[in-house]
Design a binder for this molecule. Structure first.
Ligand code: T4K
Length: 390
């Protein structure tokens, strides 16, 4: 508001965990010395074994990114026609369907958990439906029990987009163990990263083999190509990065938990702010700090608060706005009708993702929450000022 920004050095919504040069150097020496750089190398194998154990899943195939993980699973499970999914997600979820010539059918979300509203899935099932692709949004597990029941009854496949849910457990079970397949993202912005990368977890040995073939052009052996695969391989340097970062994940989650709880403590005192409701029986990964702003009670809209935050050098993000069903490439679909997606449209206009990462301090959290207090306390003045400059 004309003063100096609170954070001279901007504070981002997230920062990646990285290994030290000293940690990485022996791996690089080995990889460069052996000249085995990719195509099912020993470090990819080692990472996959470690991930399967960490995630508590029978099979885990590493891929070059989460989006390719979605595409491979869709193809390997033979989905076609229509797939029911949530509009409240990152574009990758919906684009993956579109890239496989599948029509996404948008289902509204639960206004408290922000996950797909399982009670609305049934009426969307048509003779063309072959699967459901829910997202454990911000790492919060979907109603996996009910989704399994619906899928079994209607003989549908389930692919979970678990991009945000690395390390999450649902009733003592690793979240990657539900559905026909679950996809994790290991992008730099995730709590576990391999710079870019991802993995597909499943419980079926045959499917796992098919996914592994598909990620390498469909090549099963030098003399056999089993289908139209693609190149979705992770390379050895990414895998080494992952092996090192995996050691830091549990500590990272603990650190994030402290920051998350501090945010909660401070923000819950301010009127007009609401938190995503976490599913019961969940061991959460604290990957995102999401706040919902109720303008009538807070005094400012989400977009007004966003402007204030950016002025203070706090690079909050509007995850996930715009809503996928409102993108020009999807808004003509019958299921994209705003009247059918009231909760998703409202939540998308109200949420903000706040900075949350291991290197943050309690002082950072206190400073950010202080800005929220000021926004609320001086809402009328701020609104006047904003409208005078726009
Ligand atoms: N499904 C879901 C539900 C997903 O959320 C995603 C990805 C996917 C599928 C697909 O998985 P991948 O194919 O990506 O593996 C970011 C990520 O690029 C994206 O992976 C992620 N979701 C999404 C939620 O967040 P942007 O466009 O917000 O990224 P960007 O570049 O604005 O980065 C956000 C902040 O992170 C920056 O302001 C600063 C910090 N940052 C970022 C990078 C790349 C760093 O500090 N260092 C970095 O190297 O999408």
């Amino acid at each position: 508001m004309g003063g100096k920004p609170l954070f001279k050095n901007k504070i981002y919504v997230t920062r990646p965990v990285v290994p030290t040069i000293e940690e990485l150097a022996p791996y690089l020496e080995d990889i460069l010395g052996s000249r085995w750089l990719t195509n099912d190398g020993r470090y990819v194998r080692e990472l996959e074994n470690k991930l399967a154990e960490f995630l508590g899943v029978p099979y885990c195939a590493a891929v070059c990114n989460g989006t390719m993980g979605l595409l491979l699973s869709i193809r390997a499970l033979g989905l076609s026609g229509e797939v029911i999914t949530t509009p409240f997600t990152f574009p990758a979820t919906i684009h993956a369907l579109e890239w496989c010539n599948i029509t996404p059918v948008f289902c509204d979300i639960d206004p408290l958990t922000y996950n797909i509203d399982v009670s609305k899935i049934g009426p969307l099932i048509s003779p063309r439906t072959t699967g459901i692709m829910p997202v454990h949004i911000f790492g919060n597990p979907c109603d996996v029990g009910e989704i399994e029941r619906i899928a079994e009854y209607h003989e549908l496949k389930v692919i979970y987009d678990a991009a945000h849910a690395f390390g999450v457990e649902h009733q003592g079970k690793g979240i990657g163990g539900f559905g026909d397949a679950s996809i994790f993202s290991f992008h730099a912005t995730k709590i576990f990263n391999t710079v870019e990368g991802g993995a597909i977890c499943c419980r079926d040995a045959e499917l796992d083999q098919r996914l592994r073939d598909f990620r390498n052009f469909g090549i099963r052996s030098e003399e056999e190509v089993i289908g139209p695969g693609i190149n979705a391989k992770m390379n050895e340097i990414q895998a080494a990065f992952g092996i090192l970062n995996l050691k830091k994940v549990r500590g990272g989650i603990q650190k994030r938990r402290g920051l998350f709880e501090r945010y909660h403590g401070c923000l819950s005192k301010i009127p007009g702010l609401r938190f995503q409701r976490l599913s019961p029986g969940v061991s959460y990964n604290y990957s995102y700090m999401i706040i919902e702003i109720i303008p009538e009670d807070f005094g400012l809209t989400r977009d007004e608060v966003y402007m204030c935050m950016w002025q203070e050098g706090i690079k909050v993000r509007k995850y996930f706005w715009p809503l996928c069903s409102n993108y020009p490439c999807y808004n003509a679909l019958p299921s994209a009708n705003k009247d059918l997606l009231p909760h998703a449209n409202r939540i998308s206009e109200r949420v903000l993702s706040l900075p949350l990462y291991e290197d943050m301090t309690d002082g950072d959290v206190d400073a950010i929450t202080e800005v929220f207090s000021s926004c609320h306390n001086y809402a009328a003045e701020i609104r006047r000022l904003i409208s005078s400059v726009l």
